[in-house]
Design a protein around this ligand. Structure first.
Ligand SMILES: Cc1cc2nc3c(=O)[nH]c(=O)nc-3n(C[C@H](O)[C@H](O)[C@H](O)COP(=O)(O)OP(=O)(O)OC[C@H]3O[C@@H](n4cnc5c(N)ncnc54)[C@H](O)[C@@H]3O)c2cc1C
Length: 387
């Protein structure tokens, strides 16, 4: 039995809340969905939508939004506990694109018409959003993006290409960064547009990942007409909105609940099969690292709740949270040996899904800004603090 480092820090109200969330997940989540997640499979579109609608019915669709827009109004500790329990309970990850990314951008910078139209649709899971930021040649260096939007009368005409667009095949809407001008600073000529994916001129091409899944896409845009009312905020200020959005994306990537569950799986396998001293030490180390991520996330959330600036906190969480995820799947493979090389139905006896999850997890230190980029941001923040 291992102590729960979080539980020891909670008051009785918070423990009761945690138990309520756990009970809701146990009673509401279909067993087949839980099993799929346990096996490291990507949740299907139907599984995700079913879960999102169950959360909406319970009033929990947007844990981080203000109550005025249909959010829960939970304090940061409750938000954290909710996410932790969802991971521990193997609930499908609600795509961050709607509730975590474009939703907060819209209630902070969007027009009244955009808020009235899009926010309820996000809550009710009526739209599936995708993120059209990266392009060939514009990933880490996002300001190099070339997709152009030209204002013609009451619309923008968009031409260009996006890449690595997660689940675009499910999406009916995309929030995209486009170039509307070329200024002295590359960042100045960028705008954010809301694009309907069924607009004429949009073509999708799948990219099949190393884990065999179709999660990624290329999106080609040729003379796509977008109503001028779909511009977010001011023309040319897309870079500011994107930075706001990316900070939310990064802090959502720690996945500590899922990592705790993986650690339990690892320990169960070691219990059955045994392990040498080196492996046991590595498991202890990853447990300590995971505990540090959990406590740091909780500390940052509490600081944000007090209105404090957490500096490079989101980068620190993203960096360490994803390193822990990768280390856990590496250790699972080590315990299982050659069995962990088998894919799909061929993997059995505890090895189910490990090959796929290990391979997909290689991407976690790339998406949302690579580890090298996060280290650069952390170093700059540290130097600024020391100055
Ligand atoms: C699984 C997955 C899902 C994704 N989903 C989406 C999505 O839905 N929407 C979207 O818009 N994008 C998405 N992305 C794209 C992701 O944001 C980019 O892959 C990422 O920003 C890195 O950009 P890049 O691939 O162009 O690599 P590059 O920027 O070309 O980087 C190549 C290498 O150089 C390093 N490097 C680059 N610049 C520096 C620097 N200044 N200092 C030190 N090292 C540096 C990087 O760390 C990396 O190792 C996804 C990516 C993956 C893998």
């Amino acid at each position: 039995m291992h102590a729960d480092p979080i539980d020891a820090l909670l008051g009785s109200d918070e423990r009761a809340f945690r138990a309520e969330v756990r009970g809701f997940i146990r009673d509401t989540l279909p067993e087949s969905t839980r099993r799929n997640a346990d096996l490291g499979r990507h949740a299907t579109r139907d599984e995700v939508l079913h879960w999102q609608r169950a959360l909406y019915a319970r009033g929990w669709a947007a844990p981080t939004w203000p109550e005025a827009y249909g959010g829960t109004g939970w304090d940061p500790v409750r938000q954290f506990l909710f996410t932790l329990e969802c991971g521990l309970g193997s609930a499908p990850k609600v795509p961050a694109f709607g509730t975590k990314m474009i939703g907060p951008v819209l209630y902070t910078f969007g027009s009244e018409a955009q808020k009235a139209f899009y926010l309820p649709r996000i809550l009710r899971a009526e739209d599936w959003w995708c993120q059209g930021f990266s392009e060939p040649g514009a990933g880490s260096d996002l300001a190099a993006l070339k997709t152009r939007a030209e204002r013609v009368g009451d619309r923008y005409v968009v031409n260009g290409q996006k890449i690595w667009t997660t689940k675009a095949q499910h999406a009916n809407r995309m929030f995209a960064l486009v170039r509307t001008a070329t200024g002295a600073r590359r960042q100045d000529g960028i705008s954010m547009l809301l694009i309907d994916m069924d607009s004429p001129g949009i073509e999708l091409r799948p990219i099949i990942g190393i884990d065999g899944s179709h999660s990624l896409n290329e999106v080609f845009l040729t003379d796509v007409a977008v109503p001028a009312g779909n511009l977010v905020g001011d023309e040319g200020r897309g870079w500011d909105y994107a930075r706001f959005l990316l900070a939310n994306e990064r802090s959502d990537i720690t996945g500590v609940g899922r990592s705790r569950r993986q650690l339990a799986r690892l320990r169960a396998l070691v219990g059955q099969r045994g392990a040498g001293a080196g492996l046991l030490a590595a498991i202890a180390e990853v447990d300590i690292a995971l505990t540090a991520v959990e406590l740091t996330e909780l500390r940052y959330l509490a600081a944000q709740g007090r209105g404090e600036d957490i500096g490079a906190g989101a980068s620190i969480l993203k960096l360490r949270g994803t390193e822990v995820q990768q280390e856990l799947t590496r250790l699972l493979r080590e315990v299982l040996g050659a069995e962990a090389l088998r894919f799909g139905a061929a993997a059995q006896g505890g090895a189910e899904g490990i090959a796929e999850e290990y391979l997909y997890n290689r991407a976690s230190t790339i998406y949302g800004g690579s580890s090298e980029i996060q280290r650069g941001l952390i170093a700059r923040a540290a130097m600024a603090e020391g100055a």
